[in-house]
Design a protein around this ligand. Sequence first.
Ligand code: F3S
Length: 853
Amino acid sequence: LDGVRYTYLDLAGAYSEAYFRLPVVLRLLLENALRNMADTERDAAAAALFGWLEQGTSEAEIAFQPGRVLMHDTTSTPALVDIAAMRDALAEAGVDPGLLNPVLPVDVSVDHSLAVEAYARADAAALNLDLELRRNAERYRFLRWASKALSNVRIHPPGTGIMHTINLEQLAAVVCRKDGADGVSLHPDMMIGTDSHTPMINGIGVLGWGVGGLEAQTVMFGMPTLLRIPDVIGVRLTGALAPGVTATDLALTVTQRLRAIGVSGEFVEFFGPGAATLSAGTRCVVANMAPEYGATTGYFPIDGETLAYLRQTGRPEAHIALVGAYAERAGIALDPDAAPRYTRVVDIALDRVQMHVAGPKRPQDLHPYTETKAILQSLGFTPRARADGLPRHAIAIAAITSCTNTSDPRLLTAAGLLARKARQAGLRVPAWVKTSLGPGSPAAAAYLARAGLLEDLAAVGFDIVGYGCTTCIGNSGPLPAAVRDAMAAGAVHPVAVLSGNRNFTGRIHPDLDLGFLMSPPLVIAFALAGDAERDLGREPVQISPDGRAIHLRDLWPDEAEIDAALAAGQRPGDYRGAFRIASANPAWQALQSPDTARFPWDPASTALRRPPFASTEEAGQLGRYTAHPLLVLGDDVTTDHLSPASAIPPDSPIADFLVERGDKRDDLNVFASRRGNWQVMMRAAFYSKSLVNLLCPEAPVGHTRHAPSGGIEPIWAAAARYAQAGQPVVLVAGERYGTGSSRDWAAKGQRLLGIRAVLAVSFERIHRSNLIGMGILPLRLPEGVTPASLRIRSGDRIDIDADPAALMPRGAVPVRILRAGGGTETLLAAAAVETRLEIRLLRMGGVIPAILS
Ligand code: F3S
């Protein structure tokens, strides 16, 4: 390592004792700020970070410039569509469009559009992949155009796996080495991703988190993000997990504990002796669920387990040695005995974690796995009819899905071993259960096959359905006919069991509102039972063909069995090899795409349309204005409500719109696949059965009241009438507005509806930033004020005084409610704006005008 420059350690030398009292995530942010900031700003950044030690919190801002960006197909499509449209705007202004290119590496994983149509058959993966390519061909041709026309954009085709697994297994360097004219330089690998589960990479010591697509656009064009020095919550882990307890159980427990404590928007770092006992695979599962516990990160520093993971996934030995040496020298390694200063410390004893499930509607609702029966019984569902053999809480979907729990080979191997024992006992999943195994990467197939477990999984019904997000993102395909019929007759209230991270109503399937999250082996056990109302602690999973009651304890693999199967299955070469083979996907390579600098838009396309907001005409939305409330909503409005990702209902007006333009009603695919078409996404904004509009609760799905006429209309039509009349609109909401994912369409849809400000009790971090990215002002209602207490009725108007010159981060913004019947109420909202950069973006009208300027 001689000759390597440790600029930040040189600078921090004067503070060496203080340096090691900083949490590791702040040491990394310090390094980044010092490397990327101008010389004149470095001292101030270092002083601010060390100043943090006094209070454990700070209002100071530092610049953050990650080294790379990770996106998936449904968040990258709108970002790349914006870039294509920006190139048009530049060309129209007489500027060479080819000059507009991302300056950072952008990796795009095509993973979010794989649906589970075929299942429980050996050729399911091939059939689903064919269908995916056919359904999304136009969008995928566009992605291929982008990879050719734009510098620094690399696309990982369908079949290569889920973005976070690809990041773990292929992309993450952990420490980056650069050979330059003045020698070798090393720096930690830091990144952002347009997906809320990006922190999964924190499990192997890479600092990264999820941002909105709009923030990613600023970063990929070389603008740093300004970051308030975060509060850092230290989670001290002690003890070790008991045998039989899985990484999933730990992640669900952490989610429940941290949600209860409240860590929203904060950085979480794990430390203590228990952290050192966890494998990197387990750490990644825990880190993955950071958005479920509300945190920005779930960081584990680098140690021998990290290096073992890099070795297991085929990284070169020289690089592994470099990572270990650098982490020690730079002071970013895990020291199980260290106790840095944190804003707050939370203790979790690993030996007290038990086998759990979470649900049936929220990931933080944790229960012993034996309690699904009691929970479902408490819901009081009374069947209207008897179903043919189906229990009233029949399991309709049993999915081993999601980056969360399919990237850790230990979890999939445990599932395979449980399947093996079930197969040996002659058990099989009942016909009404839709099963699926959707691993995070094709390497899983290699190690499961070599250990002989792929056959066992298939024998009980869990064939591989492909390598992508599938059920986790709601691409679960149609429910089995037996379930559909029984639901129509009112005979069942079906349940999903899955190894995913979210179970909000409609997330897994539009017709399902109950879902339990659990480990992959437990998914198989419940699938075999076929009945979510089964106490698997006491009652048998199934009666075998020879009449034996087979209990969960008869099937659950022990740790030694898992170790042996892992040793038999895993080969480091599989990771790179399987990825290379999948990347060569000939069907993908055969897709024809244009070779031009500007994308030739097809005026008849229902997938890709040039968006109106990517223009040089866009202007800031601040100022003083009096607005109509377009919608008044309650708490927990999720990004699924704001911009659904799931299947387009064939009987919806949005389906009618597409069918009028030539699409087939029975092959409309999911909303997420239409994010290149602003006309569809504008109509889809707030199109959700489970959203209640307090302005007119009786309105049909996706409708609101147009106050001047009194009529109830589709939201987009009412918004268009307001816009035509030059009447601004705003939105009022409750707590946690924008919970869920990083999808930028959740904000873009609101921009197209003309919403200038959102007044909410609180905002989720990524959505707040996306609103600002689209030039929409997020305002926090004063303490104690809620949408219900405001009693806004149709005809009331809201006067907002957002003077662009006076607006400050977290500054006061006067708001007046002008009642339709006369009278005025005044309140002082606060700008939910954190940094000066965000103020600048709001003044300019958002990210796109900023890039174009
Ligand atoms: Fe995909 Fe679900 Fe992970 S949507 S990226 S598998 S959290």
